[in-house]
Ligand binder design. Structure first.
Ligand code: HEM
Length: 269
């Protein structure tokens, strides 16, 4: 038997995958877009959204495109959850708020983890793909913009909640403050930390694919160095500011040197 011509088998595999496939369990053809699963999830449309193999500038371009598309979907979902959260906060639905924040936190962790797939793109391959991206900027990402706008509405809804309860943010972080409100604020901080962790993961991705520096320009001409300052810009500024406020506000009065009597601040047995 003669050896297959290099490249011909892989071509055959891709051709097979591009046609409907017979599922031996259900005994139906999958991939024609007619089954309930395919109709409900619009898989025909979804799977047509990627550049066909014959037009890819590198086999890795599919990964590049898929990771970006999936990130947009997760960001869309995250923005949707944040918008719903405004209603939960305005309706004083504390369980709903915490449940939704739990979900939002899981989504943002997925976003950061997923970027690790794209980290397998080596700089030389990215240079090939990059030539076909026009002058696009990450700032043009619809999902990124939606998350930032939705989060600003959440921040306003949190302010309204605090106003209804007659407390300031600083007051919920003092002994005797509202544990319920403090829990919500801490979950929002978790989400914000996750968001910034995603931006940091993106920064590391940029650093290893194109490099970070004042002389390294993104496709829109912006030096990649700008990412250093942007990745720590939070979604909920006041929740970070209150930490500074608490620390700056303590001037050392009532302090005890290590080893001396701790006064009346000890946890009771
Ligand atoms: C190899 C892959 C990637 C490279 C080389 C890259 C490169 C860059 C660069 C150089 C910037 C700063 C300049 C600008 O705003 O255009 C940027 C910003 C951005 N990128 Fe990417 N990126 C990659 C993947 C991704 C992915 C998968 C996403 C997911 C949506 C993404 C989202 C963003 C966002 C939202 C910004 C704006 C962030 C900010 O300004 O703080 N990028 N990217």
């Amino acid at each position: 038997m003669s050896e297959p011509v290099p490249g011909s088998v892989v071509g055959d595999v891709h051709s097979t995958l591009g046609r409907p496939l017979f599922n031996p369990v259900l005994k139906v053809w999958v991939g024609e877009g007619k089954l309930d699963y395919e109709v409900y999830l619009k898989t025909s449309d979804l799977l047509r959204l990627q550049t066909p193999r014959s037009e890819l500038v590198s086999p890795d371009e599919l990964m590049f495109q898929v990771v970006h598309q999936v990130q947009e979907l997760w960001l869309k979902l995250l923005a949707h959850e944040l918008a719903e959260m405004v209603g939960d906060l305005d309706g004083d639905g504390m369980w709903e708020v915490s449940a939704r924040l739990d979900r939002a936190g899981r989504i943002i962790r997925c976003l950061a983890d997923e970027l690790r797939v794209l980290e397998t793109l080596t700089p030389d391959t990215y240079q090939v793909i990059r030539r076909h991206l026009g002058n696009g900027s990450g700032q043009e990402s619809p999902g990124y913009n939606a998350v930032r706008v939705a989060a600003s509405y959440v921040a306003e809804a949190l302010d309204r909640l605090l106003a209804r309860r007659g407390v300031t943010l600083a007051e919920i972080y003092v002994p005797g403050g509202s544990p319920e409100l403090k829990r919500v604020c801490e979950l929002l901080v978790d989400l914000d930390e996750g968001y910034q962790t995603w931006l940091f993961a993106h920064y590391m991705l940029v650093r290893r694919t194109i490099g970070v520096g004042r002389d390294v320009e993104a496709l829109d001409g912006v030096p990649t160095q700008v990412l250093v300052g942007r990745m720590t810009q939070p979604l909920f500024r006041s929740l970070w500011a209150v930490r500074n406020q608490l620390t700056v506000g303590w001037r050392g009065e009532g302090g005890f040197a290590p080893g001396t009597d701790r006064g009346d601040v000890r946890v009771s047995a």
